[in-house]
Design a protein around this ligand. Structure first.
Ligand code: 2X7
Ligand code: FE2
Length: 299
């Protein structure tokens, strides 16, 4: 069997506003659009992946929060209605998701062998979180690829950013090893915003772009700094600066997704591609791609 491959790493933010603004048939509420800069960014990402052959999307979302270890979806199909608890006016999405249980279990088993606390989620009534659904929808609206969905174990909330990162680096290594051994080609996805300070009120028309902006200059500076580090291939520096970033920008990378993804890519020195940046209710969101399929060691 040929060795598996991570064909791309992605930073793919999940504010439900993006799905709301796209008006797909699965979502109940209707919009007049909005957040076009980001939606055009996702369009560019989809174009970049259009001719890339891959089997599965492996995603870690900070909105599936587990408090005893990392969990993995462990049943072949999940079908239900996902309602955003804070924005039920924007996101009521009927989903039908297929899971690559074999790969999910392989990553789970590798992480377990490496000493991490893990569990397969085998409750058929479980509702998939809106972060996973939004990122997957924006990356691949056809929903024709199975996913592996990984929870956020909230290492930051229980311990510290440092402990969270140690666990996510370990989980990233386990993910990489399991993918390479599986023979499958995968896109791996960190589903999170960058700076995460948001407005506490919503305008009457949620898609009114005349009131959309970053919540503060300090948040803007942090977002630009992180994007520049990604664009110049400084993955290790991102990990090194994560404690300050999380504390000062209330960054959503506190859930571990970004650190996990960079670790699964083996802390790349290669530059990431910026497909788009924009704010959503004041938070900073970048759509980035690490095209690892084109790197020499992977070709
Ligand atoms: O989950 C989110 C988010 N990360 C950022 C902005 C708005 C809503 O939801
Ligand atoms: Fe979020």
């Amino acid at each position: 069997m040929a060795e598996g491959q991570i064909v791309a790493g992605l930073l793919a933010p999940h504010p439900p506003h993006l799905v709301y603004a796209e008006n797909p048939p699965q979502n109940e509420p209707n919009s007049e659009g909005g957040w076009e800069q980001l939606r055009w960014g996702y369009e560019r990402l989809r174009k970049s992946l259009e001719d890339v052959d891959y089997d599965c999307i492996v995603i870690l979302s900070p909105h599936w929060q587990t408090y005893v270890g990392t969990h993995f979806l462990g049943l072949e199909r999940f079908e239900s209605l996902s309602v955003d608890p804070i924005f039920p006016n924007l996101f009521r999405f009927k989903y039908d998701v297929t899971v690559d249980v074999e790969l999910s279990k392989a990553i789970h088993d590798q992480a377990k062998d490496d000493g991490l606390a893990v569990k397969m989620m085998e409750n058929q009534d479980f509702r998939i979180d809106y972060g996973t659904i939004t990122s997957c929808h924006m990356i691949r609206p056809e929903w024709d690829k199975p996913i592996v969905s990984i929870s956020s174990n909230r290492g930051h909330a229980y311990y510290s950013v440092e402990v969270m990162q140690e666990m996510m680096i370990q989980l990233g290594k386990a993910t990489r090893k399991a993918i390479l051994e599986s023979g499958k080609k995968c896109v791996i996805v960190a589903s999170n915003s960058l700076s995460h300070r948001h407005f506490t009120t919503e305008s009457e028309v949620p898609e009114d772009m005349s009131v959309e902006h970053i919540s503060s200059h300090a948040m803007h500076l942090w977002d630009m700094r992180m994007i520049e580090l990604m664009r110049s291939g400084k993955s290790q520096q991102i990990v090194n600066e994560m404690p300050e970033f999380v504390e000062q920008a209330i960054a959503e990378s506190d859930g571990g997704a970004l650190t996990w993804m960079l670790s699964a890519l083996d802390m790349p020195d290669e530059p990431a591609i910026l497909h788009g940046y924009g704010t959503i209710i004041g938070t900073g969101n970048a759509i980035m791609e690490w095209p690892s399929r084109n790197w020499r060691e992977n070709s």
